[in-house]
Write a protein that binds this ligand. Sequence first.
Ligand code: SF4
Length: 374
Amino acid sequence: MADSLPDHESLLAAAEEGVDFDGFVLERTDDGTYALETPEARETTLEEGELERALESIPAFVSNWRYWDAIGGEGTARRTFLRWCERAPIADATTEGQTLGDEPLEVPERHDALEEGIVREWGQLRIAVRLADGGEGERRYELRHVDDADRAREELERREDPRDARELSTYDEEGRYRPLKTAPTLRSGWVLPDLTGRALVEAVDFFYPATIANWHRERRGELDVDHWLETAERQTGIYDVIDELPREAVDWMAEACCVDSQCLRRREWEYDDDDALEAPGGDGPFPCREPCSLVVAAARKWAILESEAERTYELELTTSELNQLAELIDAVADGRTDEIREADVNDGANRYRARYLRAKRFDENGGLEATKRE
Ligand code: SF4
């Protein structure tokens, strides 16, 4: 992508058909001269030599045309994404249901901003795009974790190959496998410093599969959403049971798995087309169009658990112990247990507090001492 930018001759050839791109208009007129227009000026009856000088006076427009002509792929997801990266206007955008982010930049100010570098965030990825050396309009993209925004490049583990993203996204900071690629657990400390547009799109696709394609479909109003009920009903084999999950349990499930603290995709699927879930869908830039395999697998477990009848139990607890059970559940659900210091015995989820409760309230079978009421 943009390996070689079109030269002056290519621009003249394009002018035969007429160039009209990002405020840069160039056309060959019937008398064999050229008409050139930018938002600031319009010149007509330019002979070739005059045109060359006129083009040299507007390098930002010319180099912008060159880069995007080389990128090609009008209307494709990769081109739209690369334009979003540098805040270029996007012709095919709809405004419904999308996070537009910052206002687009027109060519002169975008060119100036690209000299410094334009930064975008895509989930936990920080994308910085700048003009490459040489003044031809070529771009270079740097990709790193958002948490590393202020770190010097030399401090980060340098990677060159976009396919390294697959390895970088497999395990979290603690070395645990990440079953959900869009969970906000991407490890930091690395940098892909010098990517072409093609390599950037490839790397982002490894980090967050299909997010660019679905974001692009959404922008065009073409996102095909599969809601819970239709997804559940088409399951077979061991997942056949998930359509038995009660309606309210689907809400609990979405709250458990799909909120921003657990997944960076913005959930667009609901229970059904005309039955929205109460759990928030999230604010991320890229949408989730159907329940993922992780949610489907978890739903199977919940469908089995929810098929059990509720019973009443009697067990003895002090009020503080009852509150402690709530604190324990909260700490586990929010992934906070590692943060609770051993010395902090005021926290109900403190390890010593939990061990004490177990020693006091568990029976010889290793469960809470409770009596089932008939
Ligand atoms: S179903 Fe939920 S957890 Fe799975 S990708 Fe979509 S939003 Fe994320």
